[in-house]
Ligand binder design. Structure first.
Ligand code: IMP
Ligand code: MG
Length: 217
């Protein structure tokens, strides 16, 4: 009885999404996504990186940072909102005197694609001059966000600036930037979970999952 309901429901989903493209405007597709209850959408998402693998990757980066900055202090600057879960887990894997700060940007484009224009919406509150700054991001994709933040933070004259990205999608890079610490290199898939969102949803999934227009089929 339950399985018949599920099959019918997802065939309705499939026929509604058709082959329309996501746009910036509030499209009928987005409205439809918003109506699908959270558990129903997530049960069929493919896990790309499990919570156990995430924990291993985060621990490895924590060890690398602990080793690289032995005897020094660091400031972790998290890029809101996507990096908040990564930063909170990473911080507990760093055996150094570490402080936190946060920065927030907005990048223009559709919900899945950056258009290359990045705007600062919240600055750090800590002076960064002569400090070891580690910028902490959920994902390095086209590189526009990091290029923008790098220039902004370097202008504050830190002693060192490094970049930790939990995920890296090298195939989509449009700017010549790389992260110093990378958890996982992933293929060109749009992912959600562990801080990463689609239209602000799914950040609280414990695993990193592939989100696609077919999700739920
Ligand atoms: P970039 O400026 O293209 O490098 O993208 C960085 C930002 O784009 C990240 O901080 C994310 O907010 C967002 N982003 C890029 N790829 C994904 C993805 O697969 N899922 C969710 N957000 C993404
Ligand atoms: Mg985002």
């Amino acid at each position: 009885m339950i399985s018949i309901f599920v099959i019918c429901d997802f065939s309705l989903f499939a026929s509604r999404i058709g082959d329309k493209k996501m746009t910036n405007r509030k499209s009928p597709i987005t409205n439809f996504y918003e109506k699908i209850p959270f558990p129903k959408m997530t049960t069929n998402m493919k896990k790309l990186i499990t919570r156990e693998q995430i924990a291993e990757g985060v621990a490895r980066i924590g060890q690398e940072i602990t080793r690289d900055y032995a005897g020094q202090t660091v400031i972790l600057v998290g890029v809101l909102k996507g990096a908040c879960l990564f930063l909170s887990d990473l911080a507990r894997q760093i055996e150094l005197d570490a402080t936190f700060d946060f920065i927030a940007v907005r990048s223009y484009g559709t919900k899945k694609e950056s258009a290359g224009e990045v705007q600062l919406i919240k600055d750090v509150t800590t002076p960064l001059e002569d400090k070891n700054v580690i910028l902490v991001e959920d994902i390095l994709d086209t590189g526009f966000t990091y290029t923008f933040l790098r220039k902004l933070l370097l202008a504050r004259k830190p002693r060192t600036l490094k970049f930790a990205a939990l995920l890296d999608k090298p195939s989509r890079r449009q700017m010549p930037v790389e992260a110093d610490y990378v958890g996982f290199k992933i293929p060109d898939e749009f992912v959600v979970g562990y801080g990463l969102d689609y239209a602000e949803r799914f950040r609280n999934l414990p695993d990193i999952c592939v989100f696609s227009e077919d999700t739920g089929k």
